[in-house]
Design a protein around this ligand. Structure first.
Ligand SMILES: C[S@@+](CC[C@H](N)C(=O)[O-])C[C@H]1O[C@@H](n2cnc3c(N)ncnc32)[C@H](O)[C@@H]1O
Length: 332
């Protein structure tokens, strides 16, 4: 198996440590649980790909590899899977862990917004199917040192690709108040966005906001209302908004959706699981969009998005906002 660029760039010793703890293979062979992420709508998503045994498929959001392993199970000996992630940890987990003896797997570091260039670099023409399971894995949300969580007080980072780029600290301390308010409103769907942006700007005049704990406490203070505690932490929406901004998540999705018809062979399938209404809207609109000649390159496979069943929701409440859409590339 090949692997471009990731192991040496690995941000931490967490994956080697986790692999050492499970000594070759986790209990019951459950790699997803050992990674700390439960795969969402695995059989449904991989079923929609309608895998041809000898085909070439892309899992553009590798994570703990749950979908990738299901794709490999469905593929024959001649099939190929390109698995992409912009975070080095899932790549390490595949290369050194579950996929170390898997010749059909090629793990690649990169952003799915650049998938066209990545596939061209691998000299691959059209592929038979692409899967995106958007957002973050539960491991990323919970892992110490990533700056996604306020459970431990840590630097405000939130970058998925740790090799550079904007951090959440820069966003909260440098963005003008209006821009902060707008992004918290738009990406976080937070009604009190103006109040929060004002509170951040006031606080940073005294001292830059540096940690997740400081920011979460500021948000909780600003949104405080007497009465029973809220169902979710008051900072949840603000943290989601900052994460989307830091990682340019919607821009990457838009870019990918524009390129996707050119990446698939006719009859090839695209399956996308999203967790945010703005992402789902982008996918829905892309599946209806027409090209310059007025033709739509997609045949959407469902009128409404597919959502997880009750048994999955009981097992994994984090799946509750998942929406799956799938489409087939039409012959042109
Ligand atoms: C929800 S997790 C995928 C979980 C995986 N399907 C599983 O079952 O184990 C999403 C993964 O996509 C990665 N990711 C998010 N945005 C990305 C992008 N624009 N390009 C490449 N990877 C991305 C994240 O780093 C994360 O590892």
């Amino acid at each position: 198996m090949n692997h471009r660029r990731a192991p040496e760039a690995s941000r931490s010793a967490l994956v080697p440590q986790a692999l050492a703890e499970i000594e070759g293979s986790p209990e019951g062979g459950d790699w997803s649980r050992a990674f700390g992420h439960l795969t969402v709508m695995g059989p449904e998503a991989v079923g929609e790909l309608r895998i041809r045994p000898g085909g070439t498929y892309v899992d553009a959001t590798l994570g703990g590899g749950g979908h990738s392993r299901l794709i490999l199970e469905a593929l024959g000996a001649e099939g190929r899977l390109i698995a992409l992630d912009q975070d080095s940890e899932p790549l390490d987990w595949a290369v050194k862990g579950w996929g170390r003896q898997e010749p059909r797997l090629k793990a690649v570091a990169g952003n799915f917004g650049e998938l066209g260039d990545i596939l061209a670099g691998l000299a691959l023409g059209g592929v038979d199917g692409i899967l995106l399971d958007l957002g973050l894995s539960s491991r990323q949300l919970a892992a110490p040192g990533r700056g996604f969580s306020w459970v431990s007080d840590e630097p405000l980072d939130m970058r998925l690709n740790q090799e550079g780029g904007l951090t959440a600290r820069e966003v909260v301390n440098r963005y003008p108040e209006k821009e902060l308010a707008d992004l918290i409103w738009r990406y976080g769907e937070e009604r009190a966005s103006r109040r929060l942006a004002r509170a951040m700007v006031t606080a940073r005049r005294q001292k830059p906001l540096a940690t997740t704990g400081e920011l979460a406490a500021l948000v909780a203070r600003s949104l405080y209302r007497p009465g029973p505690p809220p169902r979710i932490h008051p900072a949840t929406r603000t943290f989601m908004a900052l994460r989307i901004e830091v990682n340019h998540e919607l821009t990457a999705l838009e870019k990918f959706l524009k390129s996707a018809p050119g990446l698939l062979r006719p009859g090839g399938r695209l399956v996308i699981i999203s967790f945010h209404s703005l992402e789902d809207r982008l996918v829905k609109e892309a599946f209806r969009a027409k090209d310059e000649e007025g033709r739509c390159p997609w045949l959407a496979l469902h009128k409404k998005p597919v959502t997880p069943g009750q048994a999955e929701l009981d097992r994994n409440p984090r799946a509750r906002s998942a929406k799956l859409r799938a489409a087939e590339k039409t012959p042109v």
